[in-house]
Design a binder for this molecule. Sequence first.
Ligand SMILES: [Zn+2]
Length: 443
Amino acid sequence: MRDWLDRAPDPLTARKLRVLWDSMALAQVNSVPEIYTLQNRIMDRIVAFRPVVFGREVSHSERNRILRQETDRALRREAWVSIAPLSMEVAGDTVELIERRNDLARRAGYADYVDLSLSLASLSRPEVISIINHTEEASAAPYRAFLAEAAGAAGLESVEPWDLGYLVEKATAVPTAPFPKDRIVPVLEDFVSSFGRDPRELGIRIVFHDIPYGGLCVPIDPPSDVRVLTNPQDGHNYYHVLFHEYGHCLHAVYAGENSQILQDEPGVFCEGMAELWGWFTFDPEWLRGFGLDDDLVQRVTRAHSVQMMAGHRTLAANVTWEYRAYENPRQDLTNLHAAREARYLLCQPRPVHRWAGGPFPAGYPVYWQNYVLADLIAAATHRALRERFDGAVLGNPEVFRTLVAEYWRPGASRTWREKLAGLTGRDLDPAALVYRWGPNQDT
Ligand SMILES: [Zn+2]
């Protein structure tokens, strides 16, 4: 394969060789039995773990509810630290997993596993770090303003890490009545129809099922059979989640017309395609057409901005923690994590052992940055579509045709960065992300 990588006579064959080559490089780490057995062993314990809060075992959704909505601060702190026993239990195995991934990545010719993962997604560590730094700077002033106002309103003198989810929730709460769960599918189908497409002819099925996520896209046999499993409740965030998953499905359906090898694309672009569709639920025009008054429209768009700045800063802490952990897995990862959180979230540093107590370090390595970049892709694409179609984006069949032709249908026959540059006219551009706080900055 290496001999033929640069010698294949036609561009499509050359591209297929490159994609196959890259997927084999990744398989040299991820598909090695010593890696996936260790990874599965850690994930089994993470899945089986039940947090205990004040002596009571709680579900993960109940723990999340406490962190987001509980007014009793001591209870929030207990929920926040409740994953410490799990984190301590799997920490040793997780460090070993990190070291083994690094070893195998180096044997495959990369500096370490982060380098391998990012290279195969057409990214680099300096580039991601520079985008992270940009989002930190761009969100600094509005985030400080949000934090000061929210903490003041809640009567908190200093912000602890267990206050953040709660403060964000309070600032972003939107009434659930306009977003009932029984309207969620008709609203989505009407939206697809408005672009001149019959949703029943798309090979996408929405299936209600009691799953622990808001939604999940399952490409069973694209392009004819792609399903979204969803478990919606009332509320705008469930509309956002379903639109996000539907974005994954649209991408899978159209990319599914390619040969198998060109159907999969790097996670960063897949999340970008999902969030591109998810962003429509924050579009003021969509919200007004949906029957919301100006006050409510502003609350939803402001909620989006607060969720993004708090979300991206949380991700920044995790991304920079993870890259440093791969640089030196034997350092004090608990202190490192607390310092990263304090820096990006502007909260008190609390070195509680939590870093291994979630699914990402073991199960979804080097994935966190994709959620920041997905918003960047969504923002840049929405901006480009507005420019290209003079603001007439919603319900414009040309917009749908553009997304099919330039993003979804080509699959991996072109790199995702070529596709992004083709549609937006620019390479990945952190300036596309704008953060706002306050009612009078809505221009
Ligand atoms: Zn997604």
